[in-house]
Design a protein around this ligand. Sequence first.
Ligand code: PGA
Length: 237
Amino acid sequence: MNSPIIVANWKMNPQSFAKAKDIAMAEDYENAIICPPFVFLSEIKKLLKKAKLGGQNAFYEKEGPFTGEISLSMLKDSGCEYVIIGHSERRTIFNESNNQVNKKIKEALSLDIIPIICVSEPEEFHSDEEKSTEYIEKQLQQSLQDISTTNFIIAYEPIFAIGTGASCDIDLAQKRKNIIQNIMYNIYKKEIPIFYGGSVEEQNATYYINNAGFSGLLIGGASLSPEKFTKICNLKK
Ligand code: PGA
């Protein structure tokens, strides 16, 4: 029995380091990757004994006049081993394109930071398998263009399920996982770990792992509650 990987995506929370510290210390599990806001990274790194540290985003350029941006070297220097790339909040609110995602993945891989690449069909395609497959395939092909190393994770995060409490149907999530797995197999001829994210709570987490067969989970809202997150981390395959 091994444990699935559980990613805590705190997003733009909590509002003080004091609270961040409490959450991090309570979520220090061997199978966890904690992704706090940039400003807390270095301090949180010092507190974690078992969990790994991840960034929520980064810019692809190495350095220079990019006001407000953070480079992947900076993430590495702060102790990050992982980075979330192409989260749907980045794609929709900040207009991040597949091309930008591609550049970010390349820069992360060049620094040995493992990208957790988020993909999803648009909300309106969700129940249309053909359109969803076509969309996700294009997203993956463009995001992974000219990338031959496979040291990355794909996270399927259906947009309607993110932060809404409306989690994705388990059978449908499994279908999408299989589709993504096939697309990846066609490109790389090997299995790539696929995670699920979107309204995962302690009650439904087990189904995504044990029924749908995902290798890990991305947790937003529930990762701000150490009690809920602990239960999810203690889940066994
Ligand atoms: P949620 O967020 O768990 O709050 O739905 C998941 C995510 O955005 O990764």
